[in-house]
Design a protein around this ligand. Structure first.
Ligand code: GDP
Ligand code: MG
Length: 437
């Protein structure tokens, strides 16, 4: 599935210290494939991954962020931006506010008219009126009455009248007379785009001048959804989109494509047949879904854990062979500093508690130690036993500390090494290292 694919692609990045042309290209290939699988239009997917690639390569990789993590973040940011960044609210001004529902037959207009009434009533404190303007099938009017009953909302209909524009205008008048401050107009759709339907919905829009014309579209129709969205937009210049049938594992790729093609916000998603299955659209959440990550954060955390486990494994090997050196020591120090909570963590490192017992533990305490280690040559860091008197002098001068401080660190380091070797047990050590992070 998508999640597996992405995880695999992020594994490509693991162990690389930085983002390179090659590992980004590989990952973006996977992301592009995932987008295509999620019904995102090919050109949009391609443009998108190219943009992410450029961004990733241009960005400085801090050593606090793993490349995989950074790529997930950039991918997610870009997807979110592409879908409009923020949730866009309905315009409910006016008395009454008028919402016109447009879309093909079966897209979910009637169902979502009901859901919207429910939403306006319960979330916006409105008193909505539902209006039945699908005059071609008596059953359509009955269906809206059933829906209205479910959500406790009055339905305006007139089976004698065959002109939807007349019905809608009468309904708005009725709303004004009877204290309804929102009117939701359900209309007729056809199975495919045709002139009659387009003319009818256009004339409804012209006559009502609604706050919102909402294009209702079935997410399961994939690429067709995008084409339909485009054609309706050309005729209606609608305000927003309701993307329906996003329950189950329908992917949200249509959201991305529609937004990119028509430049109109998706305002709601429909996630089931029940009247409360309507969710305000949030680009960031949809990014999660399109990437198939479910929960991006947990994916990143898992990747990071694996990365840490790998480091711990390497460290264990070195400890077992008594090869733990100042490079490792420095790395551990830096890890701890990243965590921020120095005081709590310092006691967990063997030897460190003692090494720092005379110092008030804060980042400054570390910076002295770090300075000393940085003043050592690579050979000295790997083989501290070669650090004789004259080397100690040089290191003290170079680090702006004293020979006593250098001596103290070397002594504590020696004890740390001994203790680590004594502990020996690799599992114990792995546990300890995990605790340190
Ligand atoms: P209309 O022709 O545009 O009015 O579409 P309807 O509202 O009659 O919906 C057509 C079918 O899709 C009905 O069987 C609905 O129950 C179903 N439907 C509508 N919205 C959703 C949704 O969000 N999820 C699911 N699973 N079914 C939906
Ligand atoms: Mg209908």
């Amino acid at each position: 599935n998508l999640q597996d694919k992405l995880e695999r692609s992020f594994k490509v990045l693991k162990g690389h210290g930085q983002i390179t042309e090659v590992n980004v290209a590989e990952t973006m290939k996977e992301v592009r494939r995932s987008l295509l699988d999620a019904d995102v239009n090919f050109k949009i997917a391609k443009d998108f991954t190219n943009r992410v690639k450029d961004k990733a390569l241009g960005r400085d990789v801090l050593n606090t962020v793993s490349p995989g993590q950074l790529l997930v973040k950039i991918t997610h940011e870009e997807l979110t931006e592409l879908m409009g960044s923020e949730h866009e609210e309905l315009d409910l001004s006016g008395d009454p506010a008028v919402i016109l529902m447009a879309g093909l037959q079966g897209s979910g207009k009637t169902t979502h008219s009901g859901k919207l009434a429910h939403f306006l009533k319960n979330k916006k404190g409105k008193k909505p009126l539902l209006v039945a303007c699908d005059v071609y099938r008596p059953a359509a009017i009955d269906q809206l009455h059933v829906v209205g009953e479910q959500v406790g909302t009055e339905v305006y209909s007139n089976k004698e009248e065959k002109d939807p524009v007349k019905i809608a205008k009468d309904a708005v008048e009725y709303a004004k007379q009877n204290g309804f401050n929102a009117v939701i107009v359900d209309t007729a759709g056809r199975l495919a785009i045709d002139e009659d339907m387009m003319n009818e919905i256009s004339s409804l829009k012209d006559a009502l001048n609604p706050n919102e014309t909402l294009f209702v579209v079935d997410a399961m129709t994939g690429q067709d959804a995008v084409n339909t969205a485009k054609e309706f937009n050309q005729r209606l210049d609608y305000e927003g989109v309701i993307l329906t049938k996003l329950d189950g594992d329908t992917r949200g790729g249509a959201a991305l494509s529609i937004r990119a093609v028509v430049q109109k916000p998706i305002k709601f998603i429909g996630t089931g047949e029940k009247m409360d299955a309507l969710t305000p659209f949030h680009p960031s959440r949809m990014s999660d879904r399109i990437l198939g990550m479910g929960d991006v954060v947990s994916l990143v955390e898992r990747a990071q854990e694996q990365f840490d486990a790998e480091q711990a494994r390497k460290l264990n090997k070195k400890i077992a062979k008594n090869q733990f050196d100042f490079n490792d020591f420095l790395q551990q120090l830096q890890q701890i500093k990243k965590m921020g909570n120095v005081k709590d963590l310092v006691g967990m490192i063997p030897g460190m508690g003692k090494a720092l017992k005379d110092v008030d533990v804060d980042d400054d305490a570390f910076s002295g130690i770090e300075a000393i280690i940085h003043s050592m040559t690579p050979e000295e860091r790997e083989k501290p036993q070669i650090i004789n008197g004259s080397r100690r002098n040089r290191i003290a001068k170079g680090s702006g500390t004293s020979v006593q401080e250098v001596n103290r660190l070397l002594k504590q380091f020696g004890e740390t090494r001994k203790m680590m070797k004594m502990m020996g047990n690799k599992q114990q050590m792995a546990g300890l290292m995990n605790k340190m992070k």
